[in-house]
Write a protein that binds this ligand. Structure first.
Ligand SMILES: [Zn+2]
Length: 423
């Protein structure tokens, strides 16, 4: 991905740097050759030549580009899970994934961490974005997901006569877990996504006690992945599954829904970040009846929603880290709605807007393993910036309104927003 050459100065906006620090009312940002040179009060801004690109953010907010920490570029807004592996060939899903990535960038998401992909599409999407062949967030790829036979992602019964080749590597025992990770090593992923527990969405594995992988399998995944420099995360709802993941050495947790005191202590001890992805649950509860979801599934989503919100509050209050990512790509939770997660965490979970923005920027970049060059507006970091016309802290909901985006920048280049359109 090319960075801008030359200098860009953004002035007159409220500057939120993503570290959780209080906003600066009259903020300025200077980006030189794609890297942030200055971020702070306008009064202290170093002098810059006259002939540079100037962006007036009057009445607006200057913040780091958002990070979607649980992104499924290949989930094409499916209404039924089985559509993921039977509806379209991989060629078409690849095109859909490219469109989803472009949309995410237009929505202000300059970086994203994959939470699992059909085939290896996210690995190649990442390469195409880096080469400016197509546009999208800077990606951390995960490729196919790993799940135990009979677990959450093994949803096709034998009579359907199809497997889950595109989406999941199904394993039985630690040896198969190791060989699945080794396959992924060759594919070029950075994250290994696993399914240690069940979920309210899947009737066969629906209660929150269900374990879909054993501790031995999870430990084998971690050992093999770490040996190859890969990180491991997992879909963890049941308390026992969360505990197993933390003891096995997982690097992050998806959802982290039902925690108890012991798992919270383990989580904090290892400083493992959690991506709750909770708006999905509210959307499932609200849209479930119309979509024909069984009442037991809707009740399960409600229980997950309440348990997940409580856990998220506890984790953050205790000094833990949360990433904002939303599992978008379902009919009731489509691509493009990414920032609904942020408003949900303010209005439903009760976090402060500034806290949520830190989770959606700094922590997201840390989860990607790119905390040193992304996620905050600080000198030395890449010029990945979102400039919004309006007061984001007063109304975080405006992050869902792309018509209010002045600029979405990557490496100082305006990639989307009003200023990206030809005059
Ligand atoms: Zn997911």
């Amino acid at each position: 991905m090319k960075s801008a050459v030359g200098t860009c100065v953004v002035t007159n906006g409220t500057l939120i740097d993503g570290t959780g620090a209080e906003p600066i009312a009259d903020g300025a940002l200077v980006i030189t050759d794609g890297t942030i040179h200055y971020a702070g009060p306008q009064g202290n801004c170093p002098p810059v030549p006259d002939d540079v690109l100037r962006i007036d953010a009057s009445g607006g907010t200057i913040l780091p580009g958002l990070v979607e920490a649980h992104f499924h570029p290949t989930y094409f807004n499916v209404a039924a899970l089985e559509d993921l592996d039977i509806k379209y060939p991989v060629e078409y899903v690849t095109l859909l994934a490219a469109a989803n990535a472009r949309l995410a960038l237009e929505c202000g998401y300059t970086a994203a961490r994959s939470g699992g992909s059909l085939f290896n599409i996210d690995v190649w999407l990442k390469k195409a974005i880096e080469k400016d062949i197509t546009s999208g967030p800077r990606l951390a790829a995960s490729g196919r997901e790993i799940c135990g036979v009979g677990g959450l992602m093994d949803w096709n019964p034998d009579f359907r006569k199809i497997g889950m080749e595109g989406l999941v590597l199904l394993i039985n025992g630690p040896d198969e877990a190791r060989s699945a990770v080794r396959k992924l090593v060759k594919d070029g992923v950075e994250w290994v996504k696993t399914y240690p527990t069940g979920d309210a969405a899947a009737p066969d594995v629906n209660d929150h006690h269900t374990l879909c992988m054993t501790y031995e399998e999870m430990h084998a995944v971690v050992q093999t992945a770490h040996n190859h420099g890969l990180k491991v995360t997992g879909h963890c709802r049941a308390t026992e599954g969360i505990k197993n993941a933390l003891l096995a050495g997982y690097d992050a947790l998806e959802h982290g829904t039902f925690i108890d005191d012991e798992t919270l202590d383990l989580l904090l001890e290892r400083d493992v970040p959690v991506v709750p992805a909770l708006y999905f649950e509210l959307a499932s509860v609200e849209n479930g009846p119309e979509l024909g979801m069984p009442q037991a599934v809707i009740d399960g989503h409600q229980e997950t929603l309440e348990g997940g919100a409580e856990s998220a509050r506890r984790i953050l209050a205790a000094g833990g880290r949360l990433g904002m990512g939303g599992d978008y790509g379902f009919a009731w939770n489509p691509h493009g709605d990414y920032a609904k997660e942020l408003e949900f965490f303010v209005n439903y979970v009760g976090l402060k807007p500034l806290e949520v923005l830190k989770c959606a920027t700094k922590t997201g970049a840390e989860i990607m393993g790119r905390g040193d060059d992304l996620g905050t507006l600080e000198p030395g970091k890449l010029g990945d910036v979102l400039i919004v016309n309006g007061d984001v802290l007063n109304n975080i909901g405006i992050l869902q309104d792309r018509s209010k985006f002045l600029a979405v920048m990557q490496g100082g280049v305006v990639k989307a927003g009003r200023l990206s359109q030809p005059a």
